[in-house]
Design a protein around this ligand. Structure first.
Ligand code: NAD
Ligand code: DAU
Length: 352
């Protein structure tokens, strides 16, 4: 069936994997990648699909409401998979406003445009909002986030994502806009911008730079291979029920310090360093303000209703991830030049 689907944030980490998945799997769909190309968006992530007949890139800012309305009128999208966002918690602590514009105003502009072009007929239309488990707040040592866990966001980033989730549900309830939402745990894999834990530490180990562990390294995250997230998004987009929320997670909890030690071990082996060499780079630094202790997702609903499950064991996925970064030094060099150096200086200046 021919459909025109807009994927926002397609030049970013998860978005590029979602674009690749949809472009390759659905040749009859016209996939439009709408991205502003912020510091986190990089068309190099999509080199292998850019020449495909069913793929098109549009540079644009979701915060520009008039532009978004015109775009939706021109393309008459059948569906939207919305990933564009400011996504890094530390940046949201340093500068919350950017998060309010992109994540709240930007999402509202997309909702208004979808409502506008689908007002006569919502048959077969769908607004898919990609969100995060951070909207649920922080867990203690036990328990899991389910779809009915009350929202309790703790950082400007998670508060902006929670706000956008509420708006998407409100447009469904008030205006009948067809939608689904998913809330996913921490993703890892190729093409992740090296401000996030795993690629930042791979890059630093390679360059013999300190590994800045926040606090005591005791915070826990639930890690999911990024292609498993793309597969879940495909399933939910096509088979999820209208108005529903689905949690996506790896059932793969790691204390930061244990993950970092495993990463150091893998890197020692790949770089032919003596055992224990990379661990010596570990440096405990001031904790992140308001640092959430633990995230863990219960994805039973997605597994039971749509048959999804993660495909990769973490050790295998981490090994593949390290290989990708070691083989793509040009990519890493390009994204860590210019603006990145300024960010790094501001963020970690004292600990370098
Ligand atoms: P990312 O920062 O790597 O990419 C974000 C993309 O959005 C970039 O390409 C950027 O250019 C684009 N963008 C930002 N502001 C824009 C704007 N105003 N207009 C148009 N494009 C804009 O992010 P990511 O890690 O790939 O996350 C993608 C989505 O998934 C986000 O909505 C995030 O909240 C959500 N999510 C991420 C994770 C994770 O672990 N990374 C987990 C769960 C959910
Ligand atoms: O849970 C989903 C979320 O996961 C997504 O919604 C976010 O977009 C994504 O950035 C991620 O948020 P986190 O804050 O969990 O990811 P980050 O990679 O920034 O940090 C992971 C853990 O590592 C966290 O406990 C903080 C810690 N950390 C991070 C950095 C960058 C450090 O100890 N040192 C660091 O330098």
């Amino acid at each position: 069936m021919n459909k025109t689907i807009c994927i926002t944030g397609g030049a970013g980490f998860i978005g590029s994997h979602v674009i690749r998945h949809f472009v390759n799997k659905y040749p009859a769909y016209h996939i439009v990648n709408l991205d502003k190309l912020t510091y986190a968006g990089n068309l190099e992530n999509l080199k292998d699909v850019e020449g495909k007949a069913n793929y098109e890139f549009v540079k644009g800012d979701i915060v520009d409401g008039d532009f978004i309305i015109r775009l939706f009128e021109d393309y008459k999208f059948d569906g939207l998979i919305h990933l564009a966002a400011e996504s890094h918690v530390d940046r949201s602590i340093a500068n919350p406003n950017e998060f309010i514009y992109a994540n709240i105003v930007g999402t509202t502009n997309l909702l208004n445009a979808a409502r506008h072009i689908w007002k006569e007929n919502t048959e077969g239309k769908r607004f898919y909002h990609v969100s995060t488990d951070e909207v649920y707040g922080s867990l203690g040592e036990t328990g899991y986030f389910t779809e009915s866990t009350p929202y309790d966001p703790k950082s400007p980033y998670s508060a902006s994502k929670a706000s956008s989730d509420h708006l998407v549900r409100a447009y469904n309830h008030t205006f009948g806009l067809p939608m689904v939402i998913s809330n996913c745990s921490n993703n890892y894999g190729p093409n992740q911008f090296p401000e996030k834990l795993i690629p930042l530490f791979i890059n630093n180990i390679q360059n013999n730079k300190p590994l800045p562990v926040y606090g005591k390294g005791e915070n826990v995250r639930d890690w999911l291979w990024v292609e498993d997230h793309a597969e879940a998004i495909d399933l939910i987009y096509h088979k999820g029920s209208d108005g529903e929320t689905y949690n996506i997670g790896g059932h793969n909890e790691w204390k930061n310090i244990d993950l970092i030690r495993l990463l150091c071990k893998i890197m020692d082996h790949k770089l032919n360093r003596e055992a224990g060499a990379s661990e010596k780079l570990i440096t405990y630094v001031k904790d992140r303000a308001g640092h959430d202790l633990r995230y863990a997702i219960d994805s039973t609903k997605l597994q039971r209703e749509l048959g999804w499950k993660p495909s990769l064991q973490f050790e295998e996925g981490l090994d593949k991830t390290v290989d990708w970064y070691l083989q793509n030094t040009e990519w890493l060099k390009n994204v860590t030049s210019g603006e990145y150096l300024k960010y790094y200086e501001e963020m970690y200046g004292d600990d370098r």
